[in-house]
Design a protein around this ligand. Structure first.
Ligand code: PMT
Length: 386
């Protein structure tokens, strides 16, 4: 259920609604009177294909007591944008319109995305209201900082739509099968410097690892994502550590796995680094150039502890034989073998085709699918391993 209150950021709630509907959510929208001053209910009705609730006493409603019915059928109540007024009403339990009544009646998790003038946001009254609601288990996402509609710059903007979207998924994942599990995920390629200008890297975009991190988060896990350089949006609601070299990743993974239930290494780690990094830019005077490479530590192989270790194998030939060798050599509970020479599989794209290999000889060949779908299957197998 989406509660929309009176803020100029209402137009962003329309974008959010569209994304939620496209992702398969059934969205019931409740608009306050003030929200309707900014956008017509018709906008949300057209986006959700469902009637928008605007009045407390609707004689034509099919639901017996509408606010109770709405409150009971919601899996999550998101209020975005949320004004200082609705936040204050929720704190004190006011129930003088449809949204505040429903919020009071619901047992679903409540997520609030505030949007208001920075003075209103920073006012101790609003801060106290937020603190009390947080203590009661309400989730706040944002607000962001920047240019505000009132012409000032400060804290109070409705935060990024995708962060709000993610906060909803996290709230829904509170009963997920990975609740209480701490999972470390690595993603992306590493970068080994040659000189201040150049580096050795690989074609990993990070998409597979990020998909895993988001899927684990959405199933209730506490996720620590350790990622090499890339252009992907840092997922909301996961602990994030940015690394550059294989050695950086080694240190970060060692520290993160001291207290975890599983590690999933989708990162493409450089096996070698330049033995001596040039302090200044190397000039092209010689007709050829040789670089001496030193071996990097094998992160997965070095990890010991009472947690599940899952690796990936990116191969261009002898996929299963090479993956089998890595499964044993690194002491893994499962390895995800992907053939990077196949169209739509491996680096860069949104899809992957993989075979899962287990130490007892079992193999599961999966068809081409989105990295998001594959991430969920890998997590299904991870939960089977617990
Ligand atoms: O990021 P994308 O563009 O979405 O692409 C996804 C992917 C193809 C990178 C991913 O699906 C994948 O296959 N990742 C592993 C790539 C790889 O480096 O595989 P490998 O065969 O070199 O290494 C085997 C395993 O050991 C991996 O889990 C790797 O993270 C780990 N490793 C490797 C080297 C090293 N020094 N330390 C390690 O821990």
């Amino acid at each position: 259920m989406l509660g929309v209150t009176g803020s100029i950021a209402v137009y962003k709630a329309a974008d959010l609604t569209s994304r939620l509907v496209k992702a398969g959510y059934i969205v019931d929208v409740v608009m306050t009177e003030a929200a309707q001053e900014f956008v017509q209910p018709l906008t949300f009705q057209a986006l959700t294909h469902r009637p928008v609730v605007t009045e407390m006493f609707n004689l034509h409603s099919e639901m017996a007591v509408e606010h109770i019915a709405l409150a009971e059928r919601a899996d999550v109540l998101l209020i975005a944008p949320a004004t200082a007024n609705i936040i204050a009403k929720l704190r004190y339990g006011f129930a003088d319109d449809m949204l505040s009544c429903t919020a009071l009646a619901t047992r679903a998790p409540i997520v609030i995305a505030p949007a208001m003038n920075n003075g209103m946001y920073e006012n101790p009254v609003t801060q106290e209201n937020i603190a009390v609601l947080k203590e009661r288990g309400v989730t706040f996402v944002g607000p962001g900082e920047g240019y505000l509609a009132c012409g000032t710059v400060g804290r109070g903007r409705l935060t990024e739509i995708m962060d709000i979207f993610d906060a909803v998924k996290i709230a829904l994942g509170r009963k997920g099968d990975l609740m209480g599990k701490r999972i470390v995920v690595t993603a992306g390629g590493t970068e080994e410097p040659i000189d201040p200008v150049r580096c050795i890297t690989n074609r990993s975009s990070g998409k597979m690892g990020y998909a895993l991190a988001e899927a684990a988060r959405d199933r209730g896990a506490e996720v620590h994502l350790i990622a090499g350089p890339g252009s992907l949006r840092t997922p909301y609601g996961v602990r994030f550590t940015a690394v550059r070299t294989a050695n950086d990743m080694f240190a970060a993974v060692q520290a993160a796995t001291r207290d975890c239930h599983a590690v999933l290494m989708a990162a493409a780690v450089s096996d070698y680094r330049v033995a001596e990094v040039a302090k200044q830019k190397i000039k092209k005077s010689a007709s050829s150039l040789s670089l001496e490479l030193a071996k990097n530590p094998d992160i997965l192989a070095s990890l010991t502890g009472d947690f599940i270790k899952i690796g990936f194998a990116a191969e261009s030939q002898d996929l299963l034989a090479n993956a089998q060798m890595k499964l044993q050599a690194k002491g893994l509970h499962m390895i995800v073998a992907n053939d990077i020479s196949r169209a739509g599989s491996g680096f860069g794209g949104d899809t992957n085709e993989a075979t899962l290999l287990f130490p007892d000889g079992r193999r599961e060949a999966l068809p081409l699918m989105t990295k998001e779908r594959l991430a969920h299957i890998i997590l299904d197998r991870t939960t089977d391993l617990y």
